[in-house]
Write a protein of this length. Structure first.
Lengths: 303, 352, 529
């Protein structure tokens, strides 16, 4: 009974407070999203991924680092090693399960760093205008004109290989589009009556940017971030593949492909399994992002 | 404040024709961006913990050999002086000598860039030929199974690790089925048969009329090009669909339909005609991405293109090669952007 | 899943079958080799110092003395020098130059060319110049130490070195004799033709250079006037192919004759295919780890010893290194004068634990530097596993070759895992770097010496190495190296683990191909198909 009233409260046409209104629109968005089977499928995979990462020690049949040189390169379906073993006789399934932690870690960090940096640059440029705008946007252009993987490579080469540096490198290549979006949004908002009114009330630029402009930019950024997640995972795996991501013996998926590609002809599963894992997770992000865009970004196709 | 500034400026420059002013501004911004690009690359190259001298002389060299090369590279000069020298050389079209293979970088780029150009061009053709119709049909039959299929095809494309798909493709189509050529651009017997004119083997062999070489080159390029093409197909078909949907819901389309115009005429004659310019922008962007983003594909397929050239050079601390390659790729990226901007301005009725 | 696995396996088998059905076959007078050749930086013999470059150079340039690829065990043989005499004080060698030899240009090969080539290498002072300057040559005195007179060439050294030592050094790439007239015709700014010779050739050997496309291919064509007779293979193409799997597919399909970089798994796969044979050759490269003696714990003798018991030599040799590395625990590679086959260490966790307890080592955490090469990374991980069992935490830092080397040379790594290949086929090449360090101070900056890089003062071996290099009696000299190595094995901070075996996979019709074993580079003139 109480659930029903909550539902009614959320679906009301006449919200009683700002918070009520916000919750109501969120709930309606959720309803739309729930109707999108593919998005829900993606969400399901991601929840499973998070659970897998959290419960890795319980789920993994073996320690992902324990080697057994006499039991290497076992095929799929071997007794006790469902997905076989790698070149040093480690259980591939266990490594995949632990590897999900690394993937999530990278994604979470980049998703925090890049949009925030982009938001900062974009809103400041858009709000301040003049030479600040010119300088910041020129810098943005420079980074946009860089070949992305090359920039990331150069950065990692400069700082040394490792997960944290890979995260920084990917963020460095990922922020410019966010800055552009944020600037565009800021330009439209800046000249609105609403902002002028606040300015007349004596609010300083810092307050206007953080309290009034940022919240309005968030929704378009969230869509963009979700859609970018897959790209981030692929970039991280690409760096791992080139040996510039996580360091051995860590079970990073891209590095696992790179290790396994030597055996591609006779022991194809060693490289195939982590490839499938990367594909599944980035597909899940794309499905969810596609659904979210329908909900949050009314300008786009599914009107 | 800003408004008064611009008016003042406009008054001062009044005699200038607007298109001259536009051109000057555009060229200026290209120059500034390029300079910034160079500077960032240069700095990265200098802070990198790889010693270029060591990369040249190797680990057995004596101290005097080391010192000689150190001076020869001008590394004893202050950073800013080195940078200015470098800019001066680039302006004269001299990218310096590759530290590692002793050849002019410009010569190397002239050799590797056509390989990438060939691959990316074929890839983008693939993406356009399949992606545009797919996008249009998906938009017209919105919600149908074909729309769903198009969506899945695109999302799978966005989600695929290309280095993995490339490996699998090689294993299946070259290793097991033997349908396509292996890594590299040509089989060994076909090398050095056709004279290099454009550096793009498909074009060169067609000019020379060597169709056996052409076929062999095609069998080598078809797999990597279709992989790249698939990724641009994903992007192009999604964007086409979205542009088409916008047009199809516009009032003039309803009017046209009411007037009894055939559906085919409505879709291709009206709606599609109006998205051409937007599409070209998308294709240009996608092309630029393929030109700069095929690093991993080139590595998997041993394709001697600019992506793998820059990567190899980077890992070997060959900074002249990295700088040269980056400048070329960056310049192309910027030019394609400006090109699509111009198209927009010329053709789009709204921006006039 | 298992059924699919079997399906794919049978498909792969099908591939092998279609390959033998033979769509492709290389032309009978052409040898096509797949090899990694991205290390080539220059083809000037005075500067070239990389493996793939030595292969090219050995086929283009003749030397005063050289090895016969059909009988490498015989040691150096006369080539441009027909014979030689050693003066009584042992410091001067006089070479008689063979008559009637010509360069590819048609110019005669004169004593003057030989003298100029060696002088040039010293004056240019490029990386490999130390091979010659260790005999006391400097750019200032070299024209007096190496002198051509009519048909003879005289080389005078600063000490009475063992003759075999001097001659072995002359078989290195830097001993290649260049056509002076052609090189000087292409001189720019007094570079003695260095810039031109980087990408062109001026030799008298079995082949001349057609083209070198960096990271793509090297093509050489035969010299019909070669003094040993025109080579059967009129054209040799070495194509740069990085991936082992690609090399194997090319070979199985008959697109190439020889694949030189197959990994153990692909060797096993390829040898099962029809029409392919595998040829094993022991190479000079050693895989070792070393402990930095500036580290307070790693410098304890017990700890050094413990590490030698923490390597799973046998396990690695029989798994991921299978067939390509054999256990070898001495700094002179097998087949070298004075090489030892004693390998006393094996994996013994208990023994290592005792040694560490004796040294009082607890909670040790160290860093190992490895370059980005899969087999080395796997060795590091195997070692990491063994160390963990005795409570030592070892973090692996992977970097590009020059990144890791940079830190190694700066004495900055706790542990280094890497390879060392001899520079010339004489025991001094390794003795003079592993067991030789006259000044261990940081200021000495002797970055070329492995002992210095690990801050090891060699505990008196330096003097013994100095004595061995001027010993002219072959057997005495060999015994001196055996003694040095016996001491080195027990006391040094080096854990020498493996010696490389190169496995070349080739089509069955290829005969007499040799990569030069442990002493020299590959040669093609004797190959037939």
């Amino acid at each position: 009974m109480s659930e029903l009233t909550l539902r009614q409260w959320l679906l009301t046409d006449a919200p009683t407070s700002r918070r009520h209104a916000r919750l109501a629109s969120l709930y309606q968005g959720w309803l739309t999203l729930r109707g999108n089977t593919m998005a829900m499928f993606g969400l399901g995979i991601l929840i499973a991924l998070v659970l897998m990462a959290l419960m890795a020690p319980l789920l993994a049949p073996y320690d992902p680092f324990v080697q057994d040189l006499s039991n290497r390169l076992q095929p799929l379906g071997t007794e006790g090693h469902l997905l076989g073993t790698d070149s040093l006789g480690r259980d591939i399934l266990s490594r995949l399960i632990y590897g999900s932690r690394i993937t999530l870690y990278i994604v979470a960090l980049v998703a925090l760093i890049a949009p925030v940096a982009g938001l900062l640059v974009g809103t400041v440029a858009g709000y301040a205008g003049g030479w600040v705008d010119v300088v910041l946007m020129r810098i943005t252009d420079i980074f946009l004109a860089f070949p992305r993987l090359v920039l990331a490579l150069a950065f990692v080469a400069a700082l040394g290989a490792g997960i944290e540096n890979a995260v920084l490198a990917i963020s460095l290549t990922a922020w410019p589009p966010y800055a552009r979006i944020a600037r565009a949004e800021t330009l439209t908002i800046r000249s609105s009556d609403y902002i002028s009114a606040i300015r007349l009330q004596g609010a300083g630029p810092l307050r206007i940017i953080t309290k009034h402009i940022w919240p309005l930019c968030i929704s378009s950024l969230i869509v963009r971030v979700t859609l970018d997640m897959a790209g981030i995972i692929l970039a991280a795996a690409g760096l791992g593949f080139l040996g510039l991501g996580a360091q051995p013996p860590s079970p990073e998926w891209g590095a696992m492909i790179s290790e396994g590609r030597r055996f591609i002809l006779d022991h194809w599963w060693v490289a195939t399994m982590p490839g499938l894992a990367i594909f599944t997770v980035s597909l899940a992000f794309n499905l969810l992002g596609d659904g979210l865009r329908d909900v949050l970004d009314p300008k786009d196709d599914n009107r | 404040m800003t408004a008064t500034d611009t008016t003042k400026e406009r008054r001062r420059r009044a005699p200038l024709a607007p298109w001259i002013r536009g051109t000057v501004l555009t060229l200026g911004s290209i120059a500034v961006t390029m300079l910034g690009l160079l500077f960032v690359t240069f700095i990265i190259g200098r802070v990198m913990p790889i010693d270029p001298v060591l990369a040249i002389v190797g680990e057995r060299a004596s101290q005097s050999t080391y010192d000689a090369v150190y001076e020869q590279l001008g590394l004893d000069q202050p950073l800013i002086v080195q940078f200015l020298y470098y800019i001066g050389d680039v302006l004269r079209g001299d990218f310096g000598t590759s530290l590692l293979n002793a050849r002019p970088v410009s010569e190397d780029i002239a050799r590797v860039f056509p390989a990438t150009l060939e691959l990316a061009t074929l890839g983008v053709i693939f993406g356009v030929v399949l992606g545009v119709p797919l996008g249009v049909i998906a938009a017209v039959r919105r919600g149908s199974w074909i729309d769903q299929v198009a969506r899945v095809v695109a999302l799978v494309g966005y989600s695929m690790p290309i280095f993995w798909l490339g490996l699998m493709g090689l294993l299946v189509f070259y290793g097991i089925l033997g349908w396509v050529g292996g890594p590299g651009r040509l089989d060994i017997f076909f090398q050095d048969i056709v004279p290099t004119r454009t550096g793009m083997i498909l074009v060169d062999s067609a000019i020379a009329g060597e169709w056996a070489v052409f076929r062999n080159a095609f069998s080598h390029i078809v797999l990597p090009a279709s992989l790249l093409g698939y990724f641009s197909l994903a992007y192009i078909s999604r964007m086409t669909r979205s542009f088409m949907l916008e047009q199809l819901s516009a009032e003039y389309i309803t009017t046209a339909r009411v007037k009894g115009m055939s559906e085919r005429q409505v879709i291709w004659g009206h709606a599609f005609k109006n998205i051409r310019v937007q599409l070209i922008t998308v294709i240009a962007l996608s092309y630029a991405n393929l030109l700069e983003g095929s690093v991993l594909t080139e590595i998997i397929f041993s394709w001697p293109g600019i992506g793998s050239y820059i990567t190899t050079a980077l890992l070997a601390a060959d900074m002249n090669a990295v700088l040269g390659g980056t400048v070329v790729v960056g310049l192309i990226f910027i030019c394609l952007n400006i090109f699509s901007d111009l198209l927009y301005r010329v053709f789009d009725p709204r921006s006039k | 899943m298992n059924a699919f696995n079997r399906l794919l396996a049978s498909a792969a088998l099908g591939l092998a079958l279609t390959a033998t059905a033979g769509i492709a076959e290389t032309p009978a007078n052409m040898l096509v080799i797949a090899h990694r050749i991205d290390d080539i930086k220059t083809l000037d013999p005075a500067e070239s110092f990389e493996f793939a470059g030595s292969d090219v150079s050995r086929n283009i340039y003749m030397k005063l003395v050289n090895f016969d690829p059909m009988d490498l065990d015989a040691g150096y043989q006369p080539e441009i020098a027909e014979s030689w005499e050693v003066s009584e004080d042992g410091r001067t060698i006089t070479f008689m130059i063979r008559e009637g030899l010509t360069f590819h240009s048609g110019n005669p090969v004169r004593a003057e060319d030989a003298a100029w080539s060696l002088q040039r290498a010293v004056i240019l002072n490029k990386t490999p110049s130390f091979i010659l300057t260790q005999f006391g040559f400097t750019p200032e005195n070299v024209t007096e130490m190496i002198v051509a007179d009519g048909n003879t060439l005289t080389i005078t050294t600063d000490k009475p070195y063992a003759t075999s030592f001097v001659l072995n050094c002359l078989t290195a790439t830097i001993g290649g004799i260049v056509d002076k007239e052609v090189a000087m015709a292409n001189e720019v700014d007094g570079d003695m033709g260095n810039n031109w010779l980087k990408t062109n050739s001026a030799g008298s050997g079995a082949y001349k250079l057609d083209s070198w496309k960096p990271n793509e291919s090297v093509t050489i064509s035969s010299n019909p006037d070669f003094w040993r007779g025109a080579p059967a293979m009129e054209r040799v193409i070495v194509r740069h192919v990085v991936e082992s799997a690609s090399q194997r597919l090319l070979l199985e399909r008959g697109d190439i004759d020889i694949a030189r970089n197959l990994n153990p798994e692909d060797v096993a796969g390829a040898s099962a295919a029809d029409g392919i044979k595998i040829v094993d050759e022991l190479k000079g490269r050693l895989m070792y780890i070393s402990l930095n003696q500036q580290h307070p714990e790693l410098s304890k003798p017990e700890v050094r010893q413990a590490f030698k018991y923490l390597i799973d030599y046998e396990g690695m040799q029989n798994s991921f290194l299978n067939g390509q590395y054999v256990t070898h625990q001495n700094f002179l590679p097998q087949t070298y004068l004075g090489a030892s086959d004693e390998n006393p260490f094996s994996l013994n966790i208990e023994r290592a634990r005792e040694l560490l307890a004796e040294a009082g080592v607890e909670n040790l955490s160290i860093e190992v530097g490895v370059r980005e090469a899969q087999e080395r990374i796997e060795i590091a991980q195997t070692m990491q596993n063994a160390l963990a069992q005795v409570g030592i935490e070892m973090n692996i830092t992977v970097g590009t070759a020059s990144q890791i080397l940079d830190r190694y040379r700066a004495r900055d790594l706790d542990v280094y895992l890497g390879a060392w290949g001899p520079d010339y086929p004489d025991p001094q090449t390794n003795a003079g770097t592993f067991a030789y360090n006259p000044d261990n101070s940081d200021e000495a900056n002797a970055t070329g010496l492995l002992a210095w890089r690990n801050s090891w003062d060699t505990g008196g071996l330096t003097e013994k190495v100095d004595a061995a290099v001027i010993e002219n009696d072959r057997d005495t000299r060999a015994q001196m190296y055996l003694d040095i190595q016996a001491e080195f094995r027990e006391t040094s901070p080096f854990v020498i683990m493996f010696q490389q075996v190169e496995q070349s996979a080739m089509r069955e019709n290829v005969t007499d191909f040799s990569t030069g074993q442990a002493i020299t580079a590959a040669s093609y003139w004797q190959v037939t198909k």
